[in-house]
Each structure stands twice: as structure tokens, then as C-alpha cells.
Design a protein around this ligand. Sequence first.
Ligand code: ADP
Ligand code: MG
Length: 350
Amino acid sequence: SLEEKQHKINLLPEHLIDQIKAGEVIERPASLVKELLENSLDANSTNIKISIIENGLELISIEDNGDGILFEDLPYAFCRHATSKIERFEDIYNLYSFGFRGEALASMAAISRITCSSTPIDNPEQGGKIVIHGAKEMSHTPLASRKQGTSIFIKDLFFNTPARLKFIKSKTSEKNAIKRVINAFILTNPKVQFSVKWDDKDKNIFKPVEDTRLADRIREIILPKNSPNKELYEFEGEYEGHSVRGFASAHTSKGNAGKSQYLFVNGRLFTDRQIHQSILRTMEKVWPFGETGHYCVMLNVPPTQVDVNVHPNKTQVKFFKANIVFSLVSASIKKFIEENFKEEVAPQNE
Ligand code: ADP
Ligand code: MG
């Protein structure tokens, strides 16, 4: 009867809870790529191969040469709140790895078809392979003598959450979002080799570079392939334990659309309108009027001076001494300009 219906509170079945929670962690294909790359880097990989088909909706595959997962650990890797990265609550204050919530793989597994094969570094004969479709384990078999590392194939993302699938499909920006995530890792991990393949065609390989040649990798990522001017302006500065190292392109073009512009704090990509605007405004002195360029600016601040929101999908951070960060960035650029453009800088305003 109606009355009964009104008072009925349902306990959601487990698989439904999984799908709902998965949406918080895996909002879109780009967030999934981010989680997978963090896992590969947490596992000390030095060579990572990425393949994306149909904006990640058909296939996302990541192959790494990291520490690997034991056969018997494989199912746990895909369980919610299963992690090898913390044991006690205090550990989250002492974190050197990206992940620790143990949610990412479980979330992906709830909303896609996953095949994961892994061979552990110390026990190459104790590897395994697991297949999971929408949180349901289809098979789990031992696997020996494969080369060290983990490969994860994620197919049919959002196949069982059609509303989300429809939402993502209607967006044309997804490829750019994935690109941006991948580029961020390539920029901050110069010693790791990355290979990136799109729709089984265009393949880009980024060879490892030494720290001293970081500019080479940055140039490869932030400059358009056909840009005639490959020069990068490099600036740096330090103040009260905060430091900045930045690269801005000499190459410019009209407006700011489609520019590769990256801000990092302590190795994490973040967005900040104020810092971004201040970079553009300071660079105006060397960039032609009405044109902007590309940049990569890396900040290092004491971990106690920044609140990196650890929610997987947030890119905003909170600096406790925001004006230090702010002034440091613009002062470093100004100093560079003063030292390098003394004569040439003419007043731009007309
Ligand atoms: P978290 O990274 O927060 O621990 P995940 O769900 O992302 O949670 O991963 C669960 C666990 O699976 C990790 O703690 C790690 O032990 C293992 N794992 C995931 N990806 C890899 C990988 N590429 N190489 C080795 N181990 C991995
Ligand atoms: Mg993780």
C-alpha cells in the first residue's frame, strides 16, 4: 500500500553503493588515468606505456615496470580501502606516495571491465592475472615468467552507469583533460620514460632526461610541435623556504586559448587564477601585446605551508602564506626580465 511505501527505507545493495561511490573518485576518464599513473609511480616504475582509445571510454591501458603485485594480493588491490601504503592513521601525515585511500582500483572495477596482469619484482614466478567486470571477479589465475611490472586494461568505462556515460560522451573536451593529466606526470617525472598512444595511431615517446636537461622535456611538452621558436625563458627564486622554478615560452600567439600552462606545487598539478593572472601580467613585458605563451611553473613550499586537498578530483590548493607565493612568482619573473631584457624592453602601452 501507499502508506507502507512512504515509510520504506532501503538498504542499498553493495554493488549500487560501489557504483555511487565510484562516481566520486572516477568522475571522468581523466581522473582514472591520473589514479593509474600515480599507482605506477608509487610502485617505482621507470617505464610507463599509456594507450587511450576513444577518449578513454573504449580503452585505457597502462603498462609499467614497477614493483608488481603478488598473485594472492591481486583481489585485494581491487577491494575498497585496501592499500599497501598506510598501516596506521599517523601514516597519512608522513606520506611519500600519492595514493593511500585504497579506493581508486575498487572504484574503477565497479564501473568498467578490467584485466590486470602483474609480475612482482622479487617473486617473478608468483605473478597473476585477474579479470573483473563491474566489481564481479570473472577469473583469477596464476601467471609466471612475464616481464616485471603491472599492466591494467580498462575497457567499457561506465558501461553499467549509462547516465554518466552519456554525460561524458557529450563532452568534447575529454581528450584534452586526459592529455593534461598525462603531460603533468611527464613534466614532473623527467627520469621516467613515457610512451603515449592515441587511438592506436599517434605514438609519442618521451625518453628519460637528467635534471639538468629538464628544460628539454618541458619544451617537448609545452611547445606546439610546429613552433619555430623553441626558446624557453627560465626563472627561479627563493624566499622563506618557498622556492620556484619556472619556464615560459618565447613563442607566443594571440589570446590565451589552447595554451599549455601548468602550475605545480610540491610535484602536484594545481590551478590558481591569481597566480596564473600574475604570470601573464608579468610576462606582458616580453610577450607581444595581446599575445600569450606557454609556461610550466613549479613551486616548492614546506608541506606545513600548503593544504593540498587530497580529494582525488580537486585541483585547488590553499597556501598559508599566499602572498609569499604570489610575490615570489612575480618577483622571480621580473628579476629574469630585468637581467635579460634591459635594453630591449620598450613600453608596450599605446
Ligand atoms: P592506493 O593507491 O590508495 O593504495 P589503489 O586502489 O590505487 O589504492 O591501489 C590499491 C593497491 O594496489 C595499492 O596500495 C598497491 O599496493 C597496489 N597497486 C595498484 N597499482 C599498482 C601498480 N601499478 N603496481 C604495483 N602495485 C599496484
Ligand atoms: Mg592509488
